[in-house]
Design a protein around this ligand. Structure first.
Ligand code: B12
Ligand code: SF4
Ligand code: SF4
Length: 315
């Protein structure tokens, strides 16, 4: 078997759901142009970090001296329990005791995926090191580094980018998380596989705030996922953290298989958090209940503030 096949087999054995390989050359011109127009139009809103390190974001070889290849991995996080039918306005989600409950994006109902994926990528790098001369270098990226992850996933043959701006794998759908292993090892790249939304516009119709624009740009200033983190506003409806409306509207999501990785800890109760309790939560309880969660990155004050907005939106 070739080294490329071995890596792919190892990645699946480690718990990833899909893997592809691309070279470390700059991302395609259309991606770069879309990115720059998006920045210049102010659509990045409060995400100041998106304006920084642009040359690295457009060219993965700038992230690691001597980079030759990028191994792109995907982790399926579609929960086995379907999302509660809730409605953005008026919100109707309740706890088991009948009290107002918050919606939390499904990725945030799991342990923090950044740490989880990075751990698996370290094992993948160790494997690759053991199969080469032992002198190769690696850089693991999961959100943290300035990488155009979707553009690289597309080039690595994993699927296409949907109108909801999420990367869609033909079998796994859009409910996947991406990670990359940039390496000095020269690997044979995969071919892009294509695919498109074929006339569908369900996600555009489902977006409650118009953040998904019909001209193909995502206006982050209107996106609930961003508002819950950086710019609190009544527009968040009943979303305490993140937003899944454009994800759940997608037919590719609906027909996708559920997450089969038992090691990726899913906390079902985080999908139905008691809003009143959250407004009074102490730092100790927050730490104990959410220490391993993406909610922890957002911080206690942001969660209390959002819980108050969600409660006001229900009045
Ligand atoms: C900034 C960011 C956000 C911002 C902005 C979202 C955005 N789409 O840009 C906010 C905070 C709003 C956000 C929200 C979410 N995010 Co986010 N986010 C990122 C981050 C860090 C950068 C994304 C980025 O580069 N944006 C820049 C703009 C310009 O991207 P874009 O509009 O999609 O355009 C790109 C392509 O689509 C393409 N393109 C667009 N139009 C066209 C047209 C043509 C012809 C071509 C060829 C190309 C092309 O060109 C651009 C460059 O590749 C990535 C991680 C990473 N480093 O890549 C995660 C990432 C995109 N997020 C992720 C997730 C899970 C989410 C949420 C679902 C979380 C949630 N439930 O709340 C939401 C979904 C919102 C949405 N509909 O996109 C995942 C998505 C996985 C997937 N299947 O795609 C990523 C990849 C993180 C990861 N490691 O898994 N996110
Ligand atoms: S995450 Fe929510 S607000 Fe943002 S684009 Fe998708 S549906 Fe619209
Ligand atoms: S909902 Fe339809 S238009 Fe939106 S990403 Fe899915 S297939 Fe594409």
């Amino acid at each position: 078997m070739s080294l490329e096949q071995d890596i792919k087999e190892k990645a699946l054995e480690l718990g990833f759901d899909a893997v592809g390989i691309t070279d470390a050359s700059p991302i395609g011109r259309e991606h770069a142009e879309h990115f720059q127009t998006w920045l210049q139009s102010g659509y990045a809103g409060p995400l100041a970090y998106m304006h920084r390190n642009l040359e690295k974001r457009l060219d993965p070889s700038r992230l690691l001296d001597g980079a030759r290849s990028v191994v792109v991995v995907a982790l399926n996080y579609k929960p086995s329990i379907p999302a509660a039918a809730v409605g953005w306005v008026p919100p109707t989600l309740l706890t088991d005791r009948g009290e107002p409950a918050a919606q939390v994006a499904q990725f945030a109902q799991y342990e923090d995926y950044h740490d989880f994926i990075k751990r698996l990528l370290r094992d993948l790098a160790d494997f690759l090191q053991s199969r080469t001369d032992g002198l190769q270098r690696f850089r693991r990226c999961v959100d943290s580094a300035p990488v155009a992850e979707k553009a690289l996933a597309m080039r690595a043959g994993l699927g296409f980018i949907g109108r909801n701006h999420l990367f869609i794998h033909p079998r796994l759908g859009p409910q996947i998380l991406l990670g990359e292993l940039i390496t000095t090892v020269a690997l044979k790249p995969d071919e892009p596989c294509g695919g498109d939304c074929a006339g569908c516009d369900l996600c555009l119709k489902a977006c409650p705030t118009g953040a998904l624009r019909s001209d193909g740009f995502l206006d982050v200033r209107q996106c609930i996922s961003c508002l819950t983190q950086y710019d609190p506003s009544p527009k968040i409806g009943n979303w305490l953290f993140g937003c899944d409306e454009c994800l759940l509207a997608c037919p590719h999501q609906q027909r996708a298989p559920v997450c089969a990785n038992r090691k990726f800890a899913h906390h079902v109760e985080r999908g139905r958090l008691n809003l009143r309790e959250l407004t009074e939560i102490t730092p100790e309880t927050f730490e104990a209940r959410f220490g391993d969660s993406p909610l922890h990155r957002a911080g206690l004050e942001a969660m209390k503030r959002n819980a108050k907005i969600c409660l006001r939106n229900r009045d």
